[in-house]
Design a protein around this ligand. Sequence first.
Ligand SMILES: Cc1cc2nc3c(=O)[nH]c(=O)nc-3n(C[C@H](O)[C@H](O)[C@H](O)COP(=O)(O)OP(=O)(O)OC[C@H]3O[C@@H](n4cnc5c(N)ncnc54)[C@H](O)[C@@H]3O)c2cc1C
Length: 322
Amino acid sequence: MRSVLEKVARQNVGLSSFDAPLRDHSWWKIGGPADLLVQPTSSTELCLLIKCLREYEIPHLFIGDGSNLLFDDSGVRGAVVKLGRNLSSFQIKGRDVVAEAGVFVPKLVRCIGKSGLSGLEHAVGIPGTLGGLVLMNGGSLRQGIGSNVRRVHAINRAGEELQLDQKACEFAYRKSALQHSRLVITRVELSCVHGDAAEILDRMREILRNRRKKFPRRYPNCGSVFLSDPKNYSAFGPPGAIIEKCGFKGFQIGNAKIPEQHANFIVNLGNASSSDVLSIVHAVRNRVFEATGFLLNCEVRYVKTTGQQVPAHEHRCDLQIT
Ligand SMILES: Cc1cc2nc3c(=O)[nH]c(=O)nc-3n(C[C@H](O)[C@H](O)[C@H](O)COP(=O)(O)OP(=O)(O)OC[C@H]3O[C@@H](n4cnc5c(N)ncnc54)[C@H](O)[C@@H]3O)c2cc1C
């Protein structure tokens, strides 16, 4: 495997590293080494890389900023392809924005706001790349980026470029067809509405102030762990409130803990393992099921050592609900 990976790495000289600790690429600061980490600098390079990974049958996955990912302590046996600041240019023209997938969302939406365009204020505090946000249809205040997406440019597993319009992306609450497509998003066309720049920036500041009050910031975390399912929201409230009612604030396994500040977060106190986090996920899910009769599902995705991803609650599904 190593000699094959070296051949792949030679195509991306300078931006590839072997045995790269994935904890350095995850907001949770958890995760063992990836056999190879590649950070392409252009979509042409990305196309070539995908063809090469396919030709040598190397397991691989694409990541953005790792703000929604739990890597395994054993890392990934294969290649992790990171789309970040090397693919982060964007242009704003009239009401339209075209941005590369690796752009950091808070930076992009601030620039959009400064240009007097409204609609993306809700995303100002979400610490990931545009590609990750679109794939997750992420957002805050019960909004999702999908409503502003006009077209997604992507590359398939054969290394061919293609485009999907908003309908083809099938955006739903924190879901999109892209999650099951095995496509890598390279560029996104967004459309906004005109507004007053000063008011838009004020709104963003207000959103950031509220987030700072609500969310834990001291220890590494991946934001909300469980999805707020709109169907259950009206009956039981947001996941944080349900988890709190079940007595989990302060609950700790190993070095992972549900903080006092917000029960839908799990923080890494310093040396948490992926199984510490997964054990908390299962403990919470089981207890909430006993109390309410419904199962919380994870927003956070767990990356197996094979490079495959599943919502974190789906891993270790052999655990019984008691
Ligand atoms: C402190 C904190 C607060 C958060 N608050 C929110 C919030 O308010 N709302 C919210 O929705 N989320 C929130 N999140 C979660 C996370 O920031 C979002 O899901 C974010 O959009 C993920 O982007 P990323 O670049 O980090 O993606 P990653 O975590 O790297 O990846 C997420 C998924 O996207 C895939 N992916 C990434 N880039 C691409 C690409 N270019 N092409 C194809 N697939 C790709 C990955 O394979 C993976 O399946 C928060 C996280 C943190 C740490």
